[in-house]
Design a protein around this ligand. Structure first.
Ligand code: ZN
Length: 388
C-alpha cells in the first residue's frame, strides 16, 4: 500500500476513516482511490442489514447490539440509512446524539447516510461506505434501514445477513410482514417483547412463515432498552452462514479468485476459409450463430479451458467490417469470465475505467460488458458472467 491515507485507516486512525467515509459519500476522487487501495483487505467484515417498520426500536436495538459486539472485543461500524433526511452542512443531528453514548470508543464507527439528491446516490454511497468499513478492518458492519416501502435501498443486496425487526401492537397489520421482507429475513427479532401482544406477533409470524416453504429463520425476542435478548441475537448472527450475495462480493480478492480466460475473439474476412485451419489443429466448431444486433457471424471453437471465437461481418456496416478495414484480420477482443459481473462493473467504475456498454444479456443467456482498450493495455476486453 503506497497511499498514506489508506495506511492510516488500516492503522485504526478513526479520523482518517471518517474523512474517507465523507469523501466517498461526496464521490471525491482521492477518497475513492483510498477505497481502491484498500481492496486487498476486502471480505473481512460480517455485513448485517437491520430493517423493520418505523417505531420498531431499531436504533436502540442496534446501539445495544453494537455494545454487545464491543463486549466480545470486536469492532463495529453502524450505518444508519435515512432516505427522509438530507445532509445539511455536514453531520446529521442523530449522529451526534448517538455518538455521545459511545464517546471515545474508537472501536465503534457511526454514520448516518442521508439522501444526496441524486437518484440511486444513497444506495451507492451506503454500499461504498460499507465496503470502506469492511476494508478498514471492522468486524461487523450494521446497516439500519427503514423496511417496507423504502425502495431506495435494497438491503438484501447489500447485507450478508438480514435481520427483520417486528414489534407488538402492529395489530392485524401483517402487511409489514407480507411486504416482501419475509423473503429476505435471515433472522427475525420481536423487539419490545415485554409489551402485551408479543405472543401474538410471534404466532402471526410463525403462521406466515409456515406458509412459506423452506426452513424457518430463527425468531428472537428482545427488549432493546434493557439489552435483554441482544446477546442471543448476536449469537444467532454469528451462527448464520453469511450469504455471498451482497455487494461486498465486489472485493478484488474475490474477483481475482474466479477469473478465467473465456475466449479470444478473432476478426476474420471469411469463416469458411478460416475454420479449416483450426479444424486441422483438432478443434471443432461447437456453435455457429448470426448476431443480428452486432451484424456478425460467429463460430465458437472450444479448446481445453477456453474458446476461440471467429467473427465474420454479416453486413458491410458491421463493426467487424470497420475493424477489418482499419486494422486487418486478427485479435479483436479478449474475453474474461468473472464470477460476478455486476460486482466487477462496480469495481471498475470506482476505479474510473471506461466501459463501452451497460451489462447486457447475450445469446447464450450470459451477461457481458466491453471495456475500452485504453484501460486494458490496448486490447478490447469483454467481461462475461455465465448464466447460472
Ligand atoms: Zn466475444
Amino acid at each position: 500500500m503506497r497511499n498514506a491515507w489508506a495506511l492510516r485507516i488500516r492503522d485504526g486512525d478513526a479520523r482518517a476513516l471518517a474523512r474517507a467515509a465523507t469523501g466517498i459519500e461526496n464521490r471525491d476522487r482521492e477518497a475513492l482511490d483510498v477505497l481502491r487501495e484498500l481492496a486487498p483487505f476486502a471480505g473481512h467484515a460480517r455485513i448485517v442489514g437491520i430493517t423493520g417498520p418505523p417505531g420498531a426500536g431499531k436504533s436502540t436495538l442496534i446501539d445495544s447490539l453494537a455494545a454487545a459486539i464491543r463486549e466480545r472485543k470486536k469492532t463495529v461500524a453502524v450505518l444508519a440509512v435515512d432516505p427522509s433526511s438530507r445532509v445539511t452542512g455536514g453531520a446529521i443531528l442523530g449522529d451526534r446524539i448517538r455518538m455521545q453514548q459511545h464517546h471515545a470508543d474508537p472501536g465503534i464507527f457511526i454514520r448516518s447516510m442521508a439522501t444526496r439528491g441524486e437518484a440511486g446516490g444513497l444506495a451507492r454511497a451506503t454500499a461504498d461506505v460499507a465496503r470502506l468499513m469492511d476494508r478498514a478492518g471492522k468486524d461487523y458492519v450494521l446497516i439500519e434501514t427503514v423496511g417496507a416501502g423504502q425502495d431506495e435501498i435494497d438491503i438484501s443486496e447489500l447485507a450478508q445477513i438480514t435481520v427483520v425487526v417486528l414489534v407488538p401492537g402492529m395489530g392485524d397489520d401483517v402487511q409489514v410482514i407480507k411486504a416482501g421482507i419475509m423473503e429476505i429475513a435471515s433472522i427475525f427479532v420481536i423487539n419490545k417483547a415485554d409489551q402485551p401482544g408479543a405472543d401474538r406477533v410471534e404466532q402471526e409470524l410463525h403462521a406466515a412463515l409456515g406458509l412459506a416453504s423452506g426452513t424457518e429463520p430463527p425468531v428472537i425476542r428482545t427488549v432493546a432498552t434493557e439489552g435483554s435478548g441482544v446477546a442471543e441475537l448476536l449469537d444467532a448472527i454469528e451462527k448464520e452462514e453469511p450469504e455471498k450475495t451482497g455487494a461486498l462480493r465486489s472485493c478484488a480478492s474475490d474477483l481475482r479468485a474466479g477469473v478465467a480466460i473465456d475466449h479470444l475473439g478473432i476478426a476474420v474476412e471469411s469463416l469458411a476459409t478460416t475454420i479449416p485451419f483450426y479444424e486441422s489443429l483438432g478443434l471443432q466448431v461447437g456453435r455457429r450463430e448470426t448476431v443480428t444486433s452486432e451484424k456478425v457471424n460467429v463460430a465458437m471453437l472450444p479448446a481445453a479451458d477456453a474458446r476461440i471465437e471467429l467473427l465474420e461481418p454479416s453486413a458491410p456496416d458491421s463493426p467487424i467490417s470497420h475493424f477489418l478495414t482499419k486494422r486487418g484480420p486478427g485479435l479483436h477482443h479478449l474475453a474474461l469470465r468473472v464470477p460476478d459481473l455486476n460486482a466487477a462493473v462496480e469495481q471498475l467504475r470506482t476505479s474510473g475505467v471506461r466501459l463501452l456498454n451497460e451489462p447486457r444479456a447475450g445469446a447464450g443467456g450470459h451477461i457481458y460488458v466491453f471495456v475500452h482498450p485504453a484501460s486494458t493495455g490496448g486490447v478490447l476486453l469483454e467481461l462475461i458472467q455465465e448464466s447460472k
